[in-house]
Write a protein that binds this ligand. Structure first.
Ligand code: 4AZ
Length: 248
């Protein structure tokens, strides 16, 4: 997260860190953010899984950590049983940039609710929030576009939902924006998602609950003035998500 503030996992208990095992290094490497939506289910961005051999058996999901690399008594760690990339995901435009992961469990229960681990609410399929609604993003991603490091501590930032008609290629170095994307940015030009935050949450208040409206997907740099971040529009996928969960 560029700008924003350092946070505590209890402020974003649905935040997941997705890691991948690198056999050469014999260690798990941070890959992307994710969002806990149910005891055994994590949403993330499809583009996180397109390069390297990101086989399900090499993935591991970490929940409940304020510090990305520091073990904590509140953490819950899971292997991944299987994951699904959206069938219409387009790796050129990042259209349909959504992936669903099923965590491995012995008895059908995976994440246990705690102050540090709690799922985000999914929106109703037709939920449309007013333009410029203030929402929150979070992640362990970079604090500057060209920083060599990911953030060691979880951060959160405040961004506002952009009117769709203002979210156009001219604002995003010419790249296409589809109806499956939603733009959000800080009108002060400070807070924004950045590299490594992908797959993580954009949550907005709805009836007093934080509701998952977006998944961090792409942008033109991080925190440039008048340049929004682009998010997968979660309301367009509630049927895709629930049908996968029901069938599996
Ligand atoms: C990335 O590279 C990335 N400013 C994600 C979000 C944004 C930029 C880059 C939005 O994963």
């Amino acid at each position: 997260i560029r700008g924003g503030q350092v946070s505590d996992i209890r402020e974003q208990p649905w935040q997941a860190a997705i890691t991948v095992y690198l056999p050469r290094a014999k260690s798990y490497n941070f890959l992307c953010g994710g969002v806990l939506i149910d005891s055994c289910w994590i949403l993330s961005a499809a583009h996180c899984f397109q390069e390297r051999c990101v086989c399900a058996r090499r993935l591991r999901v970490v929940l409940g950590r304020t510090f990305r690399l520091q073990n904590s008594s509140s953490e819950q760690i899971f292997d991944v049983e299987k994951y699904w990339i959206h069938e219409q995901y387009d790796d050129e435009t990042y259209d349909n940039d959504i992936a669903l992961l099923k965590l491995k469990s012995e008895f059908g229960i995976c994440a246990l609710h705690s102050p540090e681990v709690l799922p985000a609410c999914l929106p109703e399929p037709n939920l449309a929030l007013p333009d410029w609604t203030e929402c929150e993003i979070s992640g362990y991603g970079k604090e500057e576009e060209f920083s060599p490091f990911y953030s060691e501590r979880i951060k959160r930032g405040l961004v506002r939902l952009w009117p769709q008609e203002q979210c156009v290629p001219e604002k995003l170095s010419g790249r296409l924006v589809t109806p499956n994307m939603v733009c959000a940015g800080d009108t002060r030009g400070l807070d924004d998602a950045c590299k490594g935050d992908s797959g993580g949450p954009l949550v907005c208040p709805k009836n007093g609950r934080m509701t998952l409206m977006g998944l961090i997907s792409w942008g033109d740099g991080c925190g440039k003035k008048d340049t929004p971040g682009v998010y997968t529009r979660v309301t367009n996928y509630t049927n895709w998500i629930s049908s996968k969960m029901r069938a599996n």
